[in-house]
Design a protein around this ligand. Structure first.
Ligand SMILES: Nc1ncnc2c1ncn2[C@@H]1O[C@H](COP(=O)(O)OP(=O)(O)OP(=O)(O)O)[C@@H](O)[C@H]1O
Ligand SMILES: [Mg+2]
Length: 223
């Protein structure tokens, strides 16, 4: 199976400070992989490196056929078409409707054709069960609905991989499970791999996947 993420002997840095050393990690097409670890261990830093937000200064990295060590600003839009990201904090524009939030991303990374945009927005909103809320301002949605809008935004361009940073952190356990189920269904329908960071190890029993543990400046695959 083709690898959509591959880090080899990578160093992960925040502002010149090394957060993780000698990281070896891979995610294959359509695979579901967890990144678990305590708060401050470096999960978000690793994900932001894969998203082209923090530079890869040490080791080798490939994401969706793009080299991270040779990544230049001009390649970032291509990377972000191929890689979806669900951030730890929602980062939706609260005064804008769901459709406006999605259109903003399509303008930046996808198509500018309005009819095509409307079609994609309608389809993705149906897939995450937000069809009735497309034109509502985001601040009028519940936390779970907002998180579904965030996931819709991340899969607009049918990415090869979805990076989900603590996607259920703000949600009650029942809604969190529904979000996990939604992500797993989308992964199958969109042929998307998922790398999900969480400190909630309980989800792993209910939704099995390969697990990497982040801690003490290292990333270790668990059996
Ligand atoms: N913007 C930043 N500038 C400098 N240092 C940062 C920045 N963001 C995080 N760090 C530091 O990098 C280290 C790893 O943080 P990171 O956010 O990657 O951890 P995390 O595993 O995602 O934690 P959490 O579970 O709380 O989200 C921490 O020591 C943190 O203080
Ligand atoms: Mg984090």
């Amino acid at each position: 199976m083709k690898e959509v993420v591959s880090l080899k002997n990578a160093g992960i840095y925040q502002e010149g400070v090394k957060v993780l050393s000698d990281v070896n990690l891979s995610v294959s097409q359509t695979e579901f992989v967890y990144l678990i670890g305590k708060t401050g261990s470096g999960k978000s830093s690793l994900m932001r490196t894969l998203w082209g937000d923090l530079p890869l200064k040490e080791g080798d990295g490939q994401v969706a056929d793009i080299s991270l060590s040779k990544l230049q600003a001009v390649n970032i839009p291509t990377l972000r078409r191929r890689v979806g990201m669900v951030f730890q904090d929602f980062q939706l524009f609260p005064q804008w409707s769901v459709a406006e939030n999605l259109r903003f991303v399509l303008d930046a990374t996808g198509t500018n054709d309005e009819a095509e945009q409307n079609k994609i927005i309608r389809e993705v909103c149906a897939d995450v069960q937000l069809s009735d809320n497309i034109n509502k301002p985001v601040h009028q949605l519940s936390g779970g609905e907002q998180q579904r809008a965030v996931i819709a935004r991340a899969v607009l361009n049918k990415p090869q991989i979805l990076l989900a940073d603590e996607p259920t952190g703000h949600l009650d356990p029942e809604t969190a499970d529904a979000i996990l189920q939604l992500m797993r269904r989308l992964a199958v329908e969109y042929h998307t791999a998922i790398l999900m960071a969480t400190h909630n190890t309980g989800v792993i029993e209910r939704f099995p996947g390969r697990v990497y543990k982040v801690g003490n400046g290292k990333v270790v695959e668990m059996d």
